[in-house]
Design a protein around this ligand. Structure first.
Ligand SMILES: Cc1ncc(COP(=O)(O)O)c(C=O)c1O
Length: 364
């Protein structure tokens, strides 16, 4: 039996005719950049995410870049962020000439707010937590610092209260995300009309009207084609997230009693966690053996993330050393994402459970 980590073909099959019609609508309109399709997508996304404004951009990476630019972050500034995330989180800070200051994570993989707040200095311009794997970071706690918080919510669309306490929240519609485009796309959410205006300016080279450039922005616009496809998929997001939760519960129920004896840590549930990834932890150097065991049984898994950000070669100039952030470093050695996507069927989940049991039975 094959259990892929992602099954977009299965996801798109029942929506295919509607997606085809949406694509045809854009082609027939002849309008591929911004326009009514993007405006419709932005209004619908803002509504689903409980935000006053959603500004469609070209990717989750560009959403981060635009959000940081909207706060005028640049050389000499510091941004406190997590050491455990996809590279884009820290890359966006460094690309603007600012310094990413890495904080450690707790056992739930999210930034430790105490550690983050300890790293605030007079140069800190913003805090950039990530709601990792679909679980909200403690954004409100971080906002008590008085600093603007940008919530990297690339993995948490659909989580209730997303963006609460944050100046902006950024989304990615990378195909594998809980709401995925057919290519790259992203958005920035905000409740602040001035910030929304600035983001619209920044995504179009800072120009308004055309050819009058108030600030140096970029080409960060979402494609109308992606916006049209996302409008087809958006109404299904809530149901997909419910199914992800049901899949998570099936794993947790089946394994809860034996996990401790197995030396397997199951991810804790939390209110509003929308389970982008279901990352178990196995200690004592067994993670890679577990990955191989599951692979031999047709089960795809992923390591999120094999390297903490403070030890990436491109950040060597910041002086990070092994041992600096033990929470993030142990996560990179122990965490393994097993399939939890909504297209899984019961037989596939049972196969994963049986294969996990088989691994630990042999190991004991
Ligand atoms: C936490 C996080 N931040 C940022 C990004 C960047 O998004 P994108 O791939 O759409 O540029 C991703 C995903 O890819 C992500 O998982």
């Amino acid at each position: 039996m094959r259990v892929p980590i992602l099954d977009l073909t299965r996801q798109h099959a029942p929506l295919r005719a509607e997606i085809d019609r949406a694509i045809a609508r854009v082609i027939d309109s002849g309008r591929f950049i911004l326009g009514a399709e993007v405006e419709g997508f932005e209004a619908e996304t803002a509504r689903v995410c409980n935000a006053a404004f959603a500004i469609g951009v070209s990717s989750g990476t560009d959403a981060l870049l635009a959000a940081l630019m909207a706060l005028d972050i640049g050389p000499g500034d510091e941004v406190v962020t997590t050491a455990l995330s996809f590279f884009a989180t820290a890359g966006a800070v460094a690309r603007l000439g600012a310094k990413p200051v890495f904080a450690d994570v707790r056992s739930d993989f999210n930034i430790d707010p105490d550690d983050a707040l300890r790293r605030v200095t007079s140069r800190t311009k913003a805090i950039l937590p990530v709601s990792l794997f679909g679980r909200r970071a403690e954004v409100e706690r971080l906002a008590e610092s008085g600093l603007p918080v940008i919530e990297d919510a690339a993995q948490a669309i659909g989580a209730p209260h997303l963006g609460r306490g944050a100046k902006m929240a950024t989304l990615s519609f990378f195909p594998s995300k809980n709401l995925g485009a057919l290519g790259d796309a992203g958005a920035v959410l905000t409740d602040d009309p001035k910030v929304a205006d600035r983001l619209r300016l920044l995504r179009a080279h800072g120009s308004k009207p055309k050819y009058v450039h108030h600030v140096v922005g970029g080409n960060f616009r979402i494609d109308a084609l992606q916006a049209a496809v996302l409008r087809v998929k958006l109404p299904h997001l809530a149901a997909w997230n419910v199914t992800r939760r049901a899949n998570m519960e099936r794993y947790r129920t089946a394994l809860a009693n034996d996990a401790a004896a197995f030396g397997l840590a199951l991810p804790e549930d939390a209110p509003g966690h929308i389970w982008h990834h279901f990352c178990v932890r196995v200690g004592a150097g067994r993670r890679d053996a577990l990955k191989t065991h599951l692979q031999e049984r047709g089960i795809e898994t992923e390591v999120y993330y094999p390297n903490p950000l403070h030890l990436q070669p491109c950040f060597a100039y910041l002086g990070g050393k092994p041992g600096d952030l033990p929470g993030a470093e142990s996560a990179t050695r122990e965490a393994l994402a097993i399939p939890v996507h909504p297209e899984l069927d019961a037989a596939q989940i049972d196969h994963v459970i049986a294969s996990l049991r088989e691994f630990f039975a042999v190991q004991q």
